[in-house]
Ligand binder design. Structure first.
Ligand code: ATP
Ligand code: ZN
Ligand code: MG
Length: 506
């Protein structure tokens, strides 16, 4: 969308601005409009797009200035360039700039506005007018907000909302990369139901949470062993332990803070660990047998963050602010140290879409070429594993959010073309549908940039990650292979071994 800005600000000085300064002020404004505001602006930029002072007036110690602009030297940038200029000029007459008060700030975005775009309660927005061909925002901002580039971020936000309103309903752009040979299926039931029937799993007491009995656990561990032997070992991924409680700062840097809120399991801490402070809560429980959640809510701080959502963000503070030697790269690590938690709400299904799940996360760093190369090596190994060892019917596809695909936002040359996610999906005979059971992502410089990690050579540092969902592998495998061990591929039968029942129920 084409932005236009209108800004009026009061520049408040330490004393009255004398009339004799008028001519100098006129010259300064002239210089700002013809020279200073044009610095760094491309030669072919239309004149009416470039920041301009369109009016100014003096009243006692206050200089009121009005700026207008399009996309070049935006009105707020023009204000700060002018501040520097005028502070120097008035300073020579011992008049100091005390304060800048933003009287009025208006942003107009011209372009096609999709129907149903909601701009209610945007931060810093006093009023928003949404018309078919333009959006007009009146902002309530201070000079400090302008210096913090609030208007630019707000415009980016409105543009994102516009894109989401256009493409939002369309989900993802999906492009098939590989399709395995077809397989025959003898088992056509929902594996979760069969696992329950056989006593392999039981519902736990929290939503979307299961207790995995010995057999189910052995299958998880068999898959884990396969991943270690076929992928992690040969490609040299080293095991690490990533934290599973994620403070806001990590999600701010990883970018998850932009939108993860509806799916977080939030974490809070006690306001104090003084037992006396908590005694009434304990007493209430002892007398009523009920945990007094409302009382607890008053006694906790935070949330300070949430439980692990994606595994890799918590790795990055390990490298935060550091510069890696060239020979550290490519670096490959993985984590399997704990659960991930997502509030899936009504989407919960079986063991494959749950609120608490188990995942092995592979993470790698390198130059763009090394990062892409690791992704390719993984694709190759996964393919062999699913085709030759697990004998699954599966496919892989490049997935891109629609608006990104549409706007060519992922476009780029060479390695950049590879930024994005490949989903691995398995066929589910019982529902004649496909289940995403893992993915491989090339994330470009997103994480190194977010966590300020550099490499000695000064070159680009990229990363990638791959999340192997054990519940999803199990659901896919059992849905296709069933529960008769004789039908299972040898590689998994051998690792599963003799997982006899431990608990028998009367
Ligand atoms: P979906 O579209 O199925 O919700 P997603 O795109 O949210 O998946 P990612 O964020 O890409 O999933 O997570 C990576 C991997 O983590 C998935 O491929 C899957 O194996 C696993 N995973 C994600 N959410 C769940 C869940 N609710 N239950 C079990 N496994 C999950
Ligand atoms: Zn990841
Ligand atoms: Mg999801």
């Amino acid at each position: 969308m084409q932005p236009r800005f209108g800004l009026t600000a009061d520049l408040i000085f330490s004393r009255e601005i004398p009339d004799e300064l008028r001519p100098e002020l006129d010259r300064a404004v002239e210089e700002a409009n013809t020279v200073i505001f044009r610095k760094g602006v491309p030669k072919d930029a239309p004149t009416d797009e470039i920041g301009l002072i369109t009016g100014y007036a003096i009243a006692g110690p206050v200089l009121t200035v009005t700026f207008e602009s399009g996309g070049y030297t935006r009105a707020h940038d023009a204000l700060f360039r002018f501040r520097k200029q005028i502070a120097g000029l008035f300073g020579r007459h011992r008049i100091g700039l005390r304060e800048i008060v933003v009287v009025h700030f208006r942003v107009e975005l011209r372009g096609e506005v999709p129907e149903g775009l909601l701009l209610a309660s945007l931060p810093f927005v006093r009023s928003a007018e949404v018309e078919p061909d333009r959006i007009v925002l009146e902002l309530a901002v201070t000079a400090a907000d302008l210096e913090n580039r609030i208007p630019d971020r707000l415009i980016r936000l409105v543009e994102e909302k516009t894109e989401a309103a256009v493409y939002g309903g369309k989900g993802e752009h999906w492009e098939l990369l590989y399709e395995s040979p077809k397989r025959g299926f003898r088992f056509r039931e929902d594996p979760t139901q069969e696992m329950i029937r056989r006593g392999w799993i039981k519902h736990a007491l929290s939503r979307g949470q299961w207790i995995h009995g010995p057999q189910s656990t052995r299958l998880f561990r068999a898959f884990e062993a396969l991943v270690l032997e076929e992928i992690v070992g040969p490609l040299g991924f080293a095991e690490m332990i990533f934290p599973k409680l994620v403070p806001w700062e990590v999600w701010v840097k990883s970018g998850h803070a932009k939108g993860v809120y509806p799916e977080i399991y939030y974490v809070s801490v006690p306001k104090t660990r003084d037992p006396a402070y908590w005694e009434d809560v304990a007493d209430h429980f002892k007398v009523t047998g009920e945990v007094p959640v409302d009382m607890i809510r008053e006694k906790i701080d935070g949330p300070i963050g949430g439980l692990c959502y994606a595994q890799c963000p918590s790795f990055w503070p390990f490298l935060g602010g550091a510069t890696l030697t060239n020979d550290s790269l490519p670096a490959r690590v993985f984590d399997r140290s704990g659960t991930s938690h997502r509030y899936e709400s009504g989407g919960i299904h079986g063991i494959e879409r749950v609120d608490e799940f188990h995942r092995i996360e592979l993470l790698w760093l390198g130059t763009p070429e090394q990062t892409v190369e690791t992704a390719d090596l993984l694709h190759e190994r996964y393919r062999r594993l699913f085709d030759e060892v697990l004998e699954l019917e599966w496919r892989s596809a490049r997935v891109t959010p629609w608006f990104m695909a549409q706007e060519g936002m992922l476009g780029g040359e060479g390695a950049s073309e590879r930024i994005g996610t490949t989903d691995y999906e398995a066929y589910l005979p019982y529902s004649d549908s496909w289940l995403e059971f893992q993915n491989v992502s090339v994330n470009g410089d997103k994480y190194p940039r977010g966590f300020n990690v550099k490499v000695q050579s000064g070159g680009d540092l990229w990363s990638g990650c791959s999340g192997i969902g054990l519940e999803r592998w199990t659901a896919a495998f059992l849905a296709q292979k069933g529960f008769d061990l004789d039908d299972w591929p040898a590689g998994i039968r051998r690792r599963f071994g003799d997982a006899h029942e431990i608990f028998r129920f009367v």
